[in-house]
Design a protein around this ligand. Structure first.
Ligand SMILES: *Cc1c(COP(=O)(O)O)cnc(C)c1O
Length: 441
């Protein structure tokens, strides 16, 4: 190896695995919730009763619940204090204005429409923006996002880079959009037939992989040239911003808070599940800059969610989310959050367990095909692994493969995704380092 190649390799190594400060949590525990310890026989029966589907287990029968990081966060004392200050007015609750201020300040969008959770926002955006038969390019897909796009008559396209489909590809930004795929699609169908471009940060289905600032900027430039709207799925944009800070040149000294704002500034609006990055158990929103889209959204939210100043949320829930946003963009918090996920990933690597690399922002994804190399795809390798993991350890995980991908609406047959994964998703501020050790062991 030449010295040059050696240096390049070191640089790439640094980008993928930057030296970390300790991720020790910037909080301490004030209230605890006991969890039940069960036997192997007990769990074998429980999973049989659940039809080998981890979604159908009772949460009481789970020791460490890594099914999802959705709505499972622990709230802070400051958020709980805010819950006591809920203004439960039907219209114009002061908590709505606090939430609006927080979204404007930290995400930079002009108009806020609260919704009961992320899919409520996806529904409204898809219904407003998509004419039946129009095309909607995405960087891979999320189940509810894609569903709402197709439900509104849209034709889904995946324009993520190829590396995203390869669990072994060590690319620092596997969520990036492949500009040539997007450009080809625009040429093929014409800009007028593209409803909007939908970009998620980070990309859950690719293994929690981030998209770079350079990529979102390039997508903005390309869509701008063609007059196409660009909407962000901001559900995990704070985790995405942390990866930009750690991996992308020029951002090492920029606070996560600023990176989030800059990232959002390249887009026309976002849908958000507050149940993820915003550190609450329920809530979401749609935010847009365009007046006309805002008007339509405000009219629509009334019939599907609730009046435009609560959108399906109690005042106290809006307050908790406004405060959760403020806490979520603090560098120390997000370092600990992603640090814990990386810690679990590192433990699993030491044990030689095959995972998607690099380790994602909210979860470690096990590569189920490598556990059962001879199992046919329609025998559901990821579903099998999730069930066995539960029986063995009491850890609940989630299938992200053939079952999640659903069936083709025309043929009724399985969709066969390239990736067959089991997701170990870490709730925010809930489990300790010892829990991660128990999970890996
Ligand atoms: C969870 C999630 C959604 C949907 O949000 P809900 O609050 O569950 O309705 C959309 N996109 C992504 C990336 C998500 O992770």
């Amino acid at each position: 190896m030449t010295q040059r190649e050696d240096e390049t390799e070191q640089r790439e190594e640094h980008l993928l695995h930057p030296p970390r400060r300790s991720w020790a949590e910037p909080w301490k525990i004030k209230v605890v919730e006991p969890i039940k310890v069960t036997t192997r026989e007990y769990r074998a029966k429980a999973i049989r009763d659940a039809g080998y589907n981890t979604f159908l287990l009772r949460s009481e029968d789970v020791y460490i619940d890594l099914l999802t990081d959705s709505g499972t966060s622990a709230m802070s004392d400051w958020q709980w204090a805010g819950m006591m200050q809920g203004d439960e007015a039907y219209a114009g609750s002061r908590n709505f204005y606090h939430l609006e201020d927080a979204v404007r300040e930290y995400f930079g969008y002009k108009h806020l429409v609260p919704t009961h959770q992320g899919r409520g926002a996806e529904h409204i955006l898809s219904q407003i923006m998509i004419e039946p038969g129009q095309h909607v390019p995405n960087n891979m897909y999320f189940t509810t996002t894609r569903f709402h796009q197709e439900y509104a008559g849209g034709i889904f396209h995946d324009v993520i880079i190829d590396e995203a489909h390869d669990p072994a590809a060590e690319h620092p930004f596997k969520g990036d959009v492949d500009l040539s795929k997007l450009e080809t699609l625009i040429k093929e169908v014409g800009a007028d037939n593209i409803a909007y471009v939908s970009v998620a940060a980070t990309v859950n289905m690719a293994g929690g992989q981030p998209i770079s600032m350079a990529s979102i900027k390039a997508v903005r430039e390309l869509t701008g040239e063609h007059g196409i709207h660009l909407f962000l799925d901001a559900t995990r944009v704070v985790e995405n911003a942390y990866f930009i800070q750690q991996r992308e040149e020029g951002y090492a000294d920029v606070p996560v808070e600023e990176i989030v704002r800059k990232f959002c500034s390249y887009t026309d609006g976002c849908t958000m599940s507050g149940k993820k990055d915003a550190l609450v158990n329920i809530g979401g929103w749609l935010a847009v800059n365009d007046e006309e889209i805002f008007d339509k959204a405000r009219n629509m939210v009334v019939v599907f969610e609730g009046l435009h100043t609560y959108g399906g949320m109690a005042g106290r829930d809006m307050e908790a989310m406004a405060r959760g946003i403020v806490e979520s963009v603090q560098d120390d918090y997000i370092r600990a959050r992603v640090g814990q996920v990386e810690y679990l990933g590192d433990l699993l690597h030491q044990w030689g367990v095959p995972t998607v690399v690099p380790i994602g922002g909210h979860a470690v994804f096990l590569d189920a095909k490598q556990f059962y190399p001879h199992m046919p795809h329609d025998h559901l390798p990821a579903q099998t692994l999730a069930a066995e993991l539960y029986i063995d350890s009491g850890v609940r995980s989630m299938e992200r493969g053939i079952v999640s991908a659903g069936r083709d609406p025309e043929t009724g047959d399985h969709r066969y995704p390239a990736l067959e994964l089991v997701r170990l998703t870490i709730p925010r501020r809930v489990y300790t380092q010892a829990h991660m050790g128990a999970t890996a062991g």
